[in-house]
Structure formats: structure tokens, C-alpha cells
Design a binder for this molecule. Structure first.
Ligand SMILES: [Fe+2]
Length: 354
């Protein structure tokens, strides 16, 4: 886009030499720089090599007419002010040129005083158009910058809210030696399984967050039931089951965690549809919820609990085979097995004597 500053260079396009010279003389006297062209082709050639502020363009030119030239000129120099020069009987063509982007027209024979006035008005309009375009570009840039700042701010707030909730889960688990680190382990293994299943990074990270927060609803479960050694009564079990609903309710205001919340709510669904709270079955259960549900079983089997011996990861995977197709998604079990055996291979390498 042309600047509004700098010398004002005019291009006079007319096939009559006498008119070109008379207009040129007058414009030079007014302090403008002036170039001349006798045909449309000459005018376009000048525009390609020279910065032009305004053009006085004859409607009737040999070859390419003024009407055809207007859009081609504005394509080469979008900020140029185009004024048409036209015969008295050809005002319709001049109006057509204005539809195509010319700013004004002058009748021949040209009244020089009128030309001066029209030229100044056209240059003022051109300046206003350029300033308007600059303003709208500046506004667009400003809006983009503000939007980026807002998104950044929002992302920071979102991370803080998740970190606060994670701290809450850690505090909850720290009270119970059997649960300490449970959610962090579930998050880590669930994310590895999701990645192994080829899920996109964003979904893997949502599943990791869901793993960290999946049991946050236990905050709403009575402590004597949470800490109870031995089997739960039916009423107590129903109360514990509420933790998935309570968890999703706690997280509900955090709209950016929408996918995380469904995983939290549905991590106790079963592949055969006999889980809770929504009795979803098969692939109707969000993948993250299926993964977290399976990993939660795995974590329970591989950590010390008051009522059972701790199993090795391979033993746990093997034991869980009984649940495949009933409680656990077969594909998730396969992925768990692959991730666990890869991890065990790495542990084996770490422990190797060489
Ligand atoms: Fe749970």
C-alpha cells in the first residue's frame, strides 16, 4: 500500500498531445510531478516501474479503453486515485469507470480551476482511504495480539486450576499408605497406553490429566468408609460408587476439562455394560475412561494392599486376562500388555550387569 507521504506524482493518460501538454504545464505549476502516456499500454508500463499517486485517465483511448484500464490500474496500484476525463456526451462511461473504482470524472474541455479542485478532493479521499485501511490493519493486528494474550492467560489459569486439584488429590492419597502415588501412576501408565494406541498428543494429555484427577470425588466419601479394612456393606459400596459422580461435579465448572470430566465420570464403566454410573458398554465408554479403568485394576494388583499380596506387572497383566471382554476392553488389555512388557525390558536392561 502506498504511503500518504512523499512526492505526489501524477500520470496524465490522453491520446491528444495538446491536452497532455496543457494539463502537464498546469500541474507542474501546481507543484506536482507529472508523467505522460498517450495510450493505455504506455500507462500500464509506467505504473509497473514508477510509483504513481493519482491518474487523469481519458475514457476514450485508442486500443485499451479507459473503462478497461481502471481495474488493471488499481490492480497494479491499489491506492491510486483515478480521475476520468470524458466528453460531455459520454458521462455514462465515466459513471461505469467510477463503479470500477475511479474516484471522480471531469468533463472536457478541462476547466483547469475545476481540475485543481477535483484533484485535491480526490487526493484527500485517497488519503482517507489509506488511513482507514491502515487503521483497520492496525485494529486487526491489535485484536490478534489481544486474543493471543487472552489465550495465554487462559492457558495459565487452566494449568493453575488443574495443579490445584492435583495437589488436593495428592493430599487425599497421602493419608493412605496404600493409595500414595496411585493417581500419578495411573496417569502415567494410562498416557503411555493411549500413546501406544496411536491417540493424538492432545488426547494423550487429557487422559494423563484424567488419570491424575480420576478419584478426586473420593473427597466426598465418608472417611470411615474410605479407610475401612475389609468388605463394604451394600450401602457403603453404593456410597463409594458416588465418587465418580462427585468427581465430575467438582470438575464441571472447568469447561476446558470437558473430555477429562467424561473420563472421570466413566472410569468405572465395564466393557459389558454392567459398570457405573451410566452403564455404558463397549466403545460408548470414552477410550480414556476404558484405559484408566483397566490401569486402576492393574495398579491395585501391583501395589501392596491390606488384603492381598503384591503381584509382579506380568502376573497382574495375566490375571487381568480373566476380565477381558467383560470388564476390560480387549484392545486396551493388549496395549497394557505391550506397554508393560516394554517397560519390563527397559528395567531388565537397567539392571543388567554390563
Ligand atoms: Fe475410582
Amino acid at each position: 500500500m502506498a504511503s500518504t507521504d512523499g512526492p505526489v506524482t501524477l500520470l496524465v493518460v490522453d491520446d491528444e498531445e495538446a491536452i497532455r501538454n496543457a494539463v502537464r504545464k498546469f500541474l507542474l505549476h501546481q507543484g506536482y510531478e507529472v508523467s505522460l502516456a498517450a495510450t493505455g499500454e504506455e500507462a500500464l508500463a509506467i505504473l509497473q516501474r514508477q510509483k504513481i499517486t493519482a491518474i487523469l485517465l481519458d475514457v476514450n483511448l485508442p486500443g485499451t479503453s479507459g473503462i478497461e484500464l481502471v481495474p488493471r490500474i488499481l490492480e497494479l496500484e491499489p491506492a491510486a486515485a483515478v480521475l476520468m476525463l470524458t466528453a460531455v456526451n459520454d458521462a455514462t462511461s465515466a459513471a461505469l469507470c467510477m463503479q470500477r473504482g475511479a474516484l471522480d470524472y471531469l468533463l472536457k474541455p478541462i476547466d483547469l480551476h475545476h481540475l485543481d479542485h477535483a484533484l485535491r478532493r480526490a487526493l484527500d479521499r485517497r488519503r482517507a482511504i489509506i488511513e482507514g485501511q491502515q487503521m483497520s490493519r492496525w485494529l486487526k493486528e491489535e485484536v490478534a495480539v489481544r486474543a493471543a494474550e487472552h489465550r495465554h492467560e487462559q492457558a495459565v489459569q487452566e494449568r493453575i486450576s488443574v495443579a490445584t486439584l492435583e495437589a488436593l488429590v495428592n493430599a487425599l492419597e497421602a493419608k493412605d499408605p496404600y493409595l500414595r502415588g496411585h493417581s500419578a501412576r495411573v496417569a502415567d501408565l494410562s498416557a503411555s497406553i493411549a500413546a501406544h494406541l496411536g491417540r493424538p498428543d492432545e488426547e494423550v494429555e487429557a487422559i494423563r490429566t484424567a488419570g491424575r484427577l480420576h478419584d478426586i470425588g473420593k473427597i466426598g466419601i465418608r472417611e470411615e468408609i474410605l479407610n475401612k479394612q475389609g468388605p463394604l456393606s451394600d450401602e457403603e459400596y453404593e456410597h463409594v460408587k458416588q465418587h465418580v459422580v462427585v468427581g465430575s461435579q467438582i470438575l464441571a465448572p472447568l469447561v476446558h476439562l470437558r473430555d477429562v470430566i467424561t473420563c472421570v465420570r466413566n472410569h468405572h464403566e465395564r466393557w459389558d455394560g454392567f459398570g457405573y454410573p451410566d452403564r455404558l458398554a463397549g466403545e460408548a465408554i470414552p477410550l480414556g475412561a476404558r484405559v484408566i479403568g483397566a490401569v486402576e485394576v492393574f495398579d491395585a494388583l501391583t501395589t501392596i494392599r491390606p488384603y492381598q499380596e503384591k503381584m509382579s506387572p506380568e502376573e497382574a497383566v495375566e490375571r487381568m486376562r480373566d476380565l477381558v471382554g467383560t470388564a476390560i476392553d480387549p484392545e486396551v488389555h493388549q496395549a497394557l500388555e505391550a506397554v508393560v512388557s516394554r517397560r519390563q525390558a527397559l528395567v531388565f536392561l537397567d539392571d543388567a550387569p554390563w
